[in-house]
Design a binder for this molecule. Sequence first.
Ligand SMILES: NC(=[NH2+])NCCC[C@H](N)C(=O)O
Length: 271
Amino acid sequence: MDFKKDFASILYEVLDGKLDQDKLTLMIEKPRFEEMGDLAFPCFELAKLLRKSPHSIAADIAAEIKSPLFEKVEAVSGYVNVFLNKHKVSFLVLKEVLTLKEHYGDLDLGKNQVITVDFSSPNIAKPFSMGHLRSTVIGNALALIAEKYGYPSVRINHLGDWGTQFGKLIVAYKKWGKEETVKQQPIKELLKLYVKFHDEAEKDPSLNDEGRGWFKKLEENDDEAMKLWEWFREESLKEFSRIYKLMGIEFDSFQPSTMTRWIKWSTYLKT
Ligand SMILES: NC(=[NH2+])NCCC[C@H](N)C(=O)O
């Protein structure tokens, strides 16, 4: 529904085709104040062409417009101000919404160029924060807007799942963790273990070395270290997925931070 275009075609008739419809559409303005109508047509440019004052041109045009689309047409200071017929306009808009359904408002600006949106990105083994929630809502809204505009979007969740803290978490789990408790409430339990690690490391700083040692093992793809890390990741993802499901959001990839490590490796290999 493009009421500017409709107004332009009405003006085209009234002006006997003196200006073409595209030009008229471009000239139509949206008044700054509601009381000046929904659309306005300035008549200043026509003054030269018609050899009349903008005031009288506006008055002439206003007198000639008779369209059920408008409930009021006024000539004010060289402008033709039109007020859309709310009843008719709401009927037309709702009819279009109901016909086009989810395609209402679709645009093809993107011409199928893909847009990637990297958002949410929580850290595994830690609670999902307000900041993550905000990023999730904003990122998904941007992806939806992009899609509406004809850009297929790829939603990437760049998980925070790599770093020394996972060496520490492995140490904590091996010392004080239980498989069952982690499975029951993964984030809560893993966070508890991580906090305990820090409390204990204050008393016994050698734990930090152990943590670094296990992270080194992770970096070297050690079997036991990788199995535990993958499990923490999987359990955390289960919990995050519950939140995403509640919000009706799906991701195309849960790209691991480890990806950066692989990319680094492959560049080393190439050089
Ligand atoms: N590529 C990204 N999305 N990076 C942002 C990572 C955010 C980080 N995981 C955090 O929770 O603070």
